[in-house]
Design a protein around this ligand. Structure first.
Ligand SMILES: [Zn+2]
Length: 199
């Protein structure tokens, strides 16, 4: 399982709460923070959260120069991919497809790992049955990660995913998180207006 380069504990891949830090996002000579997966909480504790968030914000602005914005959020639009990239002033960042907004609140569906690669997570769920939704809060407690993942709303379940072809069907078992993405009313309204505009 992926580990945090700062604290060495598991990184689950939950949007807005952990991040893969790239070399240009922090000044490693000044901070001793190595690139790699990291909890956002750990970036705060190392005192580099602001520097990291500003670097990512600048990247978002250059990479997706069309955006909608409010007082403390900016919703970057990737129309060809039908995705939004949400930057928030507190450094919580999320990327999600237009389809997430069919739910209210918006729903993020994140594939965390194949069962074989996420053994610790699969064990912590306490069930081997596909489709059983286990509360994320419960799994985080089992993994002793509640202090790294303050937002514990949502569920995790084993799901079967097809990776084969029509002629050679092959199913793999993956761990999928479903969790709400709370958006400001204004942000949600702007996103809906943008979604329904032609590309
Ligand atoms: Zn960490």
């Amino acid at each position: 399982m992926t580990e945090c380069s700062l604290c060495g504990r598991p990184v689950l891949g939950l949007a807005g709460q952990d991040w893969s830090v790239l070399p240009w996002m922090v000044d490693q000579r000044a901070t001793d923070v190595r690139p790699g997966p990291a909890h956002v909480r750990c970036l705060h504790e190392y005192g580099v959260a602001r520097e990291w968030a500003e670097a990512v914000e600048a990247y978002y602005c250059a990479r997706w120069p069309r955006w909608l914005s409010g007082p403390d959020w900016r919703l970057h639009v990737s129309a060809p991919a039908r995705r939004f990239h949400l930057w928030r002033s507190d450094g919580r960042l999320s990327s999600f497809p237009y389809a997430s907004l069919r739910h209210h609140p918006a729903l993020l569906v994140t594939e965390l790992a194949e069962v074989g690669n996420g053994a610790a997570l699969a064990t912590a769920m306490g069930t081997a049955d596909a489709g059983v939704e286990v509360p994320l809060a419960w799994v985080l407690r089992e993994l002793r990660l509640t202090d790294r993942y303050p937002d514990e709303t949502g569920t995790i379940a084993r799901r079967l995913r097809s990776v084969g072809t029509a002629g050679r069907p092959e199913l793999i078992e993956v761990l999928v998180a479903r969790h709400p993405l709370p958006l400001d009313t204004e942000c949600r309204r702007a996103a809906h207006a943008r979604m329904h505009r032609p590309v």
